[in-house]
Design a protein around this ligand. Structure first.
Ligand SMILES: Cc1ncc(COP(=O)(O)O)c(C=O)c1O
Length: 364
């Protein structure tokens, strides 16, 4: 069910959409976890089960991004990320489901077991995988690869930005916020005061801000940066939120006009650690606590760092008396059987080292 289309029916005709996700995702009270960290009312939005085969936050964006690619008659999609990118993997999974082939242009990242799993699943879904050492070398190859594919297939692949974070991709999280507003209205949770969410390329948090404002839900989003400032910063997030709202208002005048400024983004800095993809002691401790107190499996790159921010704020007394929502954006579907028999040596050679070298020490 797409709440955005129920609230703004014209958007149902104006926005191509591929039905991929199982919506609404549940919202659950995590009492034991709340007690453990000192939050009276702590809830978790279960986007980890947003898709049957591969959950997490990317499927909501892909409903619109792949919907558009299909409407444009594309046969292939090209996207970008780091080697273990959840976005690139989700794109491979769901592009295949809608009959498109995917091409992933991938940069290096610290090794982790999740990197291996995601690479294998992307390969299993028929993704064409390319490895690059640097952003500049990747950028330099994009045009040549697009051309090669156009010559081979007769059509240029549709390009999906890193993390699916364009205005169109962010619409998936406008819908998610309206979905949450519906759950609040139905009494499935108390109205949240603050929503913690990991921020990698800004689209999830930007979409939530637009959707919460459209729903008239006075909740503050606390985006927790887990990539460096080139990819997450307040100016970029505000611009993306403004563009997302403008896209929707442009397609349906009933959608309220909105402008966002950098100083209202409220980024919760300080939890990235040394680099993207490197786990921190705090993220590992947060993962352990969520697992022990609520049986929620987080990851060390994104949600562990987001949860670490929530825990630090709770322990500092900043969340006293507040209704707090943690948006779980990490896939929890087990796909180990699907990838069990795959030999990593079938992947391009440049990816073999992820399987041959140790994972980072904190990935225990
Ligand atoms: C598990 C997970 N959580 C959060 C994010 C951040 O989302 P966004 O890139 O929209 O900021 C990502 C992707 O980057 C992700 O894979």
């Amino acid at each position: 069910m797409i709440d955005l289309f129920s609230e703004f029916p014209k958007l149902g005709d104006a926005l191509p959409h591929a039905q991929l996700a199982d919506l609404p995702t549940p919202v659950e009270r995590a009492e034991g976890l709340g007690d453990a960290v000192g939050v009276d009312q702590l809830y978790v939005k279960r986007d980890d089960v947003s898709g049957k085969r591969y959950g997490g936050n990317k499927i909501r964006k892909l409903e619109f991004l792949l919907g558009q690619a299909c409407a444009d008659g594309a046969a292939e999609v090209m996207t970008f990320g780091c080697a273990g990118s959840n976005h690139a993997t989700a794109t491979a999974v769901y592009a295949q489901q809608v009959g498109l082939r995917s091409i992933s242009m991938l940069l290096p990242q610290p090794n982790a077991r999740s990197v291996r799993r995601n690479l294998l699943l992307s390969y299993h879904c028929g993704a064409e995988l390319h490895a690059f050492e640097k952003v500049a070398t990747c950028d330099a190859r994009v045009q040549a690869e697009l051309k090669r594919h156009r010559v081979e297939t007769g059509k240029e692949p549709a390009v999906i930005p890193a993390g699916g974070s364009s205005a169109l991709g962010s619409v998936g999280y406008v819908n998610a916020a309206l979905e949450l507003a519906g759950q609040v209205a139905r009494g499935e949770m108390a109205k949240p005061d603050i929503v913690y969410v990991a921020a990698g390329t800004c689209g999830t948090a930007a979409g939530l801000m637009v959707g919460l404002r459209a729903a008239g839900l006075d909740a503050r989003v606390a985006p927790v940066p887990v990539t460096d400032a080139r990819f997450v910063n307040a100016a970029k997030m505000a611009e993306l939120a403004t563009e997302t709202a403008a896209l929707l208002a442009g397609r349906d005048p009933a959608f309220p006009a909105m402008v966002f400024s950098a100083d209202e983004m409220g980024l919760r800095e300080g939890f990235l650690g040394e680099a993207y993809g490197l786990y921190t002691e705090e993220s590992v401790a947060a993962m352990r606590l969520f697992e022990d107190a609520a049986h929620i499996g987080l990851d060390g790159t994104y949600t562990g760092k987001g949860a670490a921010a929530l825990i630090a704020d709770a322990r500092a007394g900043r969340l006293r008396g507040k209704v707090v929502l943690f948006w779980n954006t990490y896939n929890s579907r087990d796909f180990s059987e699907e990838i069990g028999g795959i030999d990593y040596r079938n992947l391009p050679r440049a990816f073999h080292h992820y399987f041959e070298e140790e994972v980072q020490p904190l990935d225990r």
